[in-house]
Design a protein around this ligand. Structure first.
Ligand code: TXA
Ligand code: MG
Length: 351
């Protein structure tokens, strides 16, 4: 299949034509990748079983891993769910459109292929002009996982989508680099108390300020435990994995720098190519290995924005191992550390 890559400029007439064409592809059961404020999504008609199946095939994704249905207005929520619990309504009012996905009991309209056979459905209203326009023009909810091959870091620019999806999907809409850079926060509001399944830019602190008590899925606490089944099926897979072995080093900054330099020298002496993920504050401290800064430690937004692109860069550099500094677990740091820890396959050294 030939994949068309189309640059979209806001307010441009040619772009409006391309968006209409993309919407037609979605309605006809095809696949279109598009930008959102979090990461690029790989879209299909969420109500069309065959279209949803194509997403799994294009990504190489296990079919028990459910998809998020994206909507462009509040009215589009009701037909998808059998109930809107009070906390869900409050959270939607506070954070939609935005980087928040909520799990609701599903209606019969939503096919099991979209939800991985679950009785619940994940819904999000993205805060991105191109995404909203595309969904509105399509006139159907758009199922969209991150537009990467299963196991690769989520795409934060159209060129990442091209790397993974060229030849596999009909169209990629290039809206430039995304804003946030890590996937949406996921909260299950289908039970007694809201449960955080995946941290993101709507932070735990923000959720609690609106919904009161919010529990944390035990599977978020650490290494996957065969005894603990994550509520978000996707959380059991090794995500965001760079090709090289990634190891996180945690502790006081000076001790972290010293340990990473020790490890980098040791590996280099063994003939292995080393990559180091550092910050603006420390980038002058690493004499050995390929160095990439994820931005200022004091600006979590920048770190989140750059993280997946840096992991992909190391794939292109073909390093054998990567050592990364760690970040605070608070606010957006929780999402950053969640993605980094998973990318590292839970290999963390404390110094
Ligand atoms: O920011 C985002 O959420 C991006 C953009 C494109 O919107 N999408 C995204 O989708 O990250 P994906 O498929 O990569 O991650 C969706 C996660 C998976 O871990 C999946 O298991 C979980 O949401 N999920 C989906 N439906 C669920 C459900 N009914 N119950 C529990 N978890 C669910
Ligand atoms: Mg994903």
């Amino acid at each position: 299949m030939e994949t068309r890559l189309i640059r979209i400029e806001e307010g441009d007439r040619k772009s409006e034509g391309a968006l209409r064409e993309a919407a037609r592809i979605l309605r006809a059961g095809g696949l279109v990748a598009f930008p959102t404020e979090t990461v690029y999504g790989l879209g299909a008609n969420a109500l069309d079983e065959e279209a949803a199946k194509k997403i799994y095939a294009a990504k190489g994704r296990p079919s028990d891993n459910p998809l998020i249905a994206h909507i462009s207005s509040f009215e589009e929520l009701e037909p998808l769910v059998s109930e809107i619990p009070e906390e869900g309504r409050r959270l939607a009012e506070a954070f939609w459109p935005g980087p928040l996905t909520m799990i609701f009991p599903k209606s019969s309209l939503v096919p099991g292929t979209t939800t991985g056979g679950l009785g619940t459905v994940a819904v999000r209203m993205p805060d991105h002009a191109i995404a909203s326009r595309l969904i509105a023009l399509a006139g159907v909810p758009v199922a969209a996982p991150s537009a990467n091959l299963s196991g690769r870091p989520s795409p934060t620019a159209a060129r990442h989508v091209w790397q993974d999806m060229e030849g596999r999907i009909e169209m990629i809409l290039d809206g430039g680099p995304v804003g946030i850079g890590v996937e949406s926060t996921i909260v299950d509001v289908s039970g007694e108390c809201p449960v955080l399944l995946r941290p993101g830019a709507v932070t735990l602190e923000m959720l609690r300020s609106v919904a009161g008590a919010v529990e944390i899925d035990p599977a978020l606490a650490g290494r996957p435990d065969p005894e603990i089944r994550p509520k978000a099926p996707g959380m059991k897979y090794r995500h965001y994995a760079p090709k090289a072995e990634l190891i996180l080093v945690e502790g006081r900054t000076e001790a972290v720098v010293e340990e990473i330099n020790r490890l980098a020298r040791e590996q280099t002496a063994r003939g292995r190519r080393v990559g180091v993920i550092c910050t603006e504050e420390t980038k002058g401290c690493y004499p050995v290995g390929a160095l990439r800064s994820v931005g200022k430690r004091s600006q979590e937004e920048t770190v989140a924005h750059n993280l997946f692109a840096v992991l992909r860069e190391f794939d292109d550099l073909q390093v054998d191992c990567i050592y990364s500094e760690s970040f605070s677990q608070e606010h957006l740091g929780y999402a950053i550390m969640n993605r980094l820890t998973k990318a590292a396959g839970y290999r963390v050294i404390h110094v």
